[in-house]
Design a protein around this ligand. Structure first.
Ligand SMILES: Nc1nc2c(c(=O)[nH]1)N[C@H]1C(S)=C(S)[C@@H](COP(=O)(O)OP(=O)(O)OC[C@H]3O[C@@H](n4cnc5c(=O)[nH]c(N)nc54)[C@H](O)[C@@H]3O)O[C@H]1N2
Ligand SMILES: Nc1nc2c(c(=O)[nH]1)N[C@H]1C(S)=C(S)[C@@H](COP(=O)(O)OP(=O)(O)OC[C@H]3O[C@@H](n4cnc5c(=O)[nH]c(N)nc54)[C@H](O)[C@@H]3O)O[C@H]1N2
Ligand SMILES: [Mo]
Length: 763
């Protein structure tokens, strides 16, 4: 049987007349995602990139490298593949010869598709490594602050996420689940590489009906725990969770409810943190009353929650969103600190969670074994950026930046190569991004669809979708590996990213290095065979490739032991130390303190969010329920959610009333960075002074010729700040956004984001 895997689940494609007619959820998935419904019509729609296309001004050698300011504004000229490939190869060769490999940016952040061989970013990295290297990017938009901080204080984020205590253990042992940011199960639709059995919502529903576990949703948004109907809701002010956690910690210490034994044997730096919490260090005791003034939650509620946490088997969970903010390191560090005070780390149903609810795989209880992966080779270029500093890099070549204890300089980029991501989705402050994007001489993008990323490129090469090529779907901590057999022929003249890079490597003289003489199917067999010993090391017996391919999927057996995070470390911290300098949980880190950062000192600390009286609404730009980021925004599931064609924004009823805004209105959301239109939804389940919109509405400027123009469709990154979380991690800080909102009274401009760009014939 033929299956395919997407990040949001496994499906059986139904084909009719050579076209994708439907996506039937895989039979093993008891809670499938609706996002698959968007795929059939979209796969064959007018938003597909059908043929190689070059921006008109770029085609003309006279204006080729002097017309970057026209990106996104000029028509494209379609070219035969050979001519387009010749042009890309020539540009790569020219830039390497003139400026060296350090002038090529190949970071190419993005989620791409689920298949592991045709993973566009991995293919690009392998290709550029064979070409002599490229400037790369570190960390992720998802977890910028977390990925840099956690290795200093506990372990790498990957190691921790792969071993989160499983939901079935929580079901049996957890009495109190306190979650900062809730458990929005819409986000657990996905896993990078392909969710298979969607387990989070069923687990939450079982726990809710069993009644053993109490849930506390600490979030500005009540619906963040919609699957637990009687969850307690503490509508915290956004960006102030650390104050609330400090208030809880103060009660634990003050009332002697903290676990001194655990703190002494398993942590380091407790005395300094205690001093800070009690006020010895700065004269400000972090009492519940103090916390209440910052976070908007009543002091009595904070004190009683602390006592309940100490008296119960308690998990303290935090979602990723809290660290995608200015000082985003602090909520993660303080979560670990709070869990250490409670002393339940390593116990079944206790300790901390750093992302329950964010992805399906977290807490799945499956082994972290990941199947096929494409070797990317060695990068000869050492220059890098923290991933979310891309606009800084393009705008300020040569400028110095700090990162994780080091000082570095931004390289001078002449050529940008992207495959499998969308900068105009993921990056903050799009008006600034548009300006930065004009700087390079050449921008090449492989895309399936005419996204803003494609529209703002010089050369666009059409990529196949996963349904049009053979691949292997496999994600760590997921139950199924999927044999993704091609279901339909490539749409238009699209080609696999692999085929494109193979053709380029042939032109550039390193075809053998890149392809190793294999075609795609030979690669699949090779990567699968390479994965078999890795699987065996974890007690997983992978069948021979042919039987896997024939069967269509392989069910990864569940480990026999239940998974409990940091169980061995708890049992014996001397025999099983953590990979931190002290081998323990570092409540105070000498290393970080030694960096001397005032915005990220040696222990978890409170930083008040910046005030902005003119823009009193805190805007949360969260993950969409109806799509993956910007992927399939043009599909029916996403479109059905729009209001007058715009992305819905949810406001508190009173905030709307005081502004004369009614449900269904279109509003202008703005600050000094930019503005966008959105369709209004109202709720009492949103804290006053807060608004929430999903990310991923395709960027759709009202007038591309006017800098600072309005986005007509609802792209939140028009207004988000392009700043690093701190000098430590430089992570994405999108959640630190303040706006004002007013009714849109002018004529509604049509949404044009899903129409293909203008095409011209070559002069
Ligand atoms: N304001 C705000 N901004 C945010 C966030 C936020 O919370 N708030 N969240 C951030 C986070 S956590 C993330 S992870 C990022 C996500 O940002 P991205 O990962 O860049 O977003 P996607 O929309 O998934 O972009 C993937 C692109 O790859 C294309 N693609 C898919 N498969 C293939 C393929 O096989 N080949 C090629 N060539 N292309 C392919 C798709 O068509 C799509 O355009 O956004 C970040 N941005
Ligand atoms: N359907 C779907 N699922 C996805 C994705 C998708 O695009 N679509 N993207 C995936 C990716 S790449 C990632 S990284 C994860 C991200 O997972 P998260 O980062 O956890 O996702 P968000 O939706 O941004 O945030 C979750 C909730 O945090 C709350 N929140 C925001 N700021 C604060 C705050 O200051 N305090 C408190 N207490 N709560 C706050 C918001 O109300 C929001 O609903 O999601 C993944 N899951
Ligand atoms: Mo992410």
């Amino acid at each position: 049987m033929t299956f395919t895997s997407t990040h949001w689940g496994a499906y059986r494609p139904v084909i009719s007349d050579g076209r994708l007619a439907a996506m039937e959820p895989a039979p093993w998935d008891t809670d499938p995602s609706p996002i698959g419904r968007s795929m059939p019509a979209t796969n064959h729609s007018a938003t597909r990139v059908l043929r190689p296309a070059v921006r008109r001004g770029f085609l003309d050698p006279a204006t080729r490298h002097s017309s970057g300011h026209l990106r996104g504004r000029e028509p494209f000229v379609e070219l035969p593949w050979d001519e387009a490939l010749d042009l890309v190869a020539a540009e790569l060769g020219r830039v390497r010869k003139t400026y060296g490999n350090r002038a090529i940016f190949g970071g190419s952040y993005g989620w791409s598709s689920a298949g592991r061989f045709h993973h566009a970013q991995s293919q690009l990295h392998r290709f550029l490594n064979c070409f002599g290297g490229y400037v790369y990017s570190k960390d992720s938009y998802s977890l910028g602050a977390g990925r840099v901080l956690l290795p200093h204080i506990v372990d790498t984020m990957d190691a921790l996420l792969q071993h989160h205590t499983s939901w079935d253990v929580l079901e049996r042992h957890c009495e109190l689940f306190v979650s900062f940011g809730g458990l929005p199960s819409r986000n657990a639709q996905v896993s990078p590489g392909g969710a298979s059995v969607h387990g989070v919502r069923p687990a939450l529903r079982r726990m809710a009906s069993a009644g053993r576990t109490r849930f506390v949703n600490i979030s500005p948004i009540r619906a963040d725990m919609a699957d637990v109907p009687d969850a307690e809701w503490l509508p915290v002010r956004p960006g102030t969770d650390v104050a609330l956690m400090l208030g809880l910690a103060h009660v634990l210490i003050d009332e002697n409810l903290h676990d001194r034994g655990f703190l002494a044997s398993h942590t380091t730096g407790y005395e300094r943190v205690r001093d800070y919490i009690l006020g010895g260090a700065d004269g400000v005791p972090k009492t519940p009353e103090w916390a209440a003034r910052q976070c908007g939650i009543n002091a009595g509620t904070i004190a009683s929650l602390a006592r309940r946490m100490a008296a119960s088997r308690t998990v303290v969970n935090v979602v990723y969103a809290l660290q995608r903010a200015q000082h985003g390191e602090q909520p993660f560090w303080m979560t670990v600190t709070l869990a250490a005070l409670l002393g339940q780390v390593g116990l079944p149903g206790g300790g901390f969670g750093l992302g329950y609810g964010c992805m399906n795989y977290i807490g799945s209880g499956q082994s972290s074994f990941s199947g096929a992966r494409l070797p990317q080779g060695r990068n000869a270029v050492a220059d890098f950026i923290p991933v979310a500093r891309i606009a800084d890099m393009l705008l300020q070549p040569g400028a110095e930046f700090e990162y994780n204890g080091g000082r570095h300089r931004y390289p001078d980029i002449r050529l940008v190569y992207w495959a499998g991501g969308n900068v105009f989705h993921h990056h903050q402050d799009l008006n600034r991004t548009v300006a930065a994007w004009q700087r390079p001489q050449t921008i090449v993008t492989h895309e399936q669809y005419w996204t803003a990323q494609a529209r703002h490129s010089d050369i666009v090469l059409p990529a196949t979708t996963a349904l049009e090529r053979d691949d292997i779907g496999s994600a760590g901590n997921e139950r199924h590996m999927v044999a993704m057999r091609a279901a339909i022929a490539p749409v238009g003249a699209s080609r696999d990213d692999y085929a494109v890079f193979a053709a380029l490597s042939q032109r550039l003289g390193f075809e053998q290095d890149y392809t190793e003489g294999r075609d795609a199917l030979q690669w699949l067999r090779h990567l699968y065979d390479e994965a078999r010993p890795r699987a065996e090391a974890q007690g997983i017996d992978l069948p021979a490739f042919d039987s896997f391919w024939q069967a269509g999927h392989f069910e990864v057996p569940r480990p026999s032991r239940p998974v409990v995070l940091l169980e061995r470390f708890r049992a014996d911290p001397v025999a099983h130390p953590l990979p931190t300098p002290s081998g323990r949980i570092e409540l105070y880190s000498e290393t970080i303190a030694g960096f001397g950062y005032d915005d990220c000192p040696g222990h978890a600390r409170w930083f008040a969010p910046e005030a902005d009286a003119e823009h009193p609404i805190h805007l949360l730009s969260s993950q969409p329920a109806t799509r993956l980021h910007s992927q399939y925004d043009q599909g029916e599931v996403s479109r059905a959610s729009k209001i007058s064609g715009r992305e819905p924004i949810t406001l508190n009823t009173m905030d709307a009333a005081s502004r004369g805004i009614r449900v269904g209105d279109v509003v202008r959301v703005f600050n000094w960075r930019g503005a966008f239109l959105a369709g209004v939804s109202l709720s009492d389940g949103v804290r006053p002074g807060v608004a929430q919109i999903a990310t991923g509405a395709w960027y759709d400027p009202l007038d591309a010729d006017r800098p600072g123009s309005l986005d007509k469709h609802g792209n939140a990154n028009m207004v988000t700040p392009d700043i690093g979380s701190s000098r430590l991690a430089q992570g994405c800080a999108a959640q630190s956004t303040r706006v004002e909102i007013e009714r849109w009274t002018e004529t509604l401009p049509p949404v044009t984001a899903f129409e293909p760009p203008a095409f011209a014939v070559a002069a």
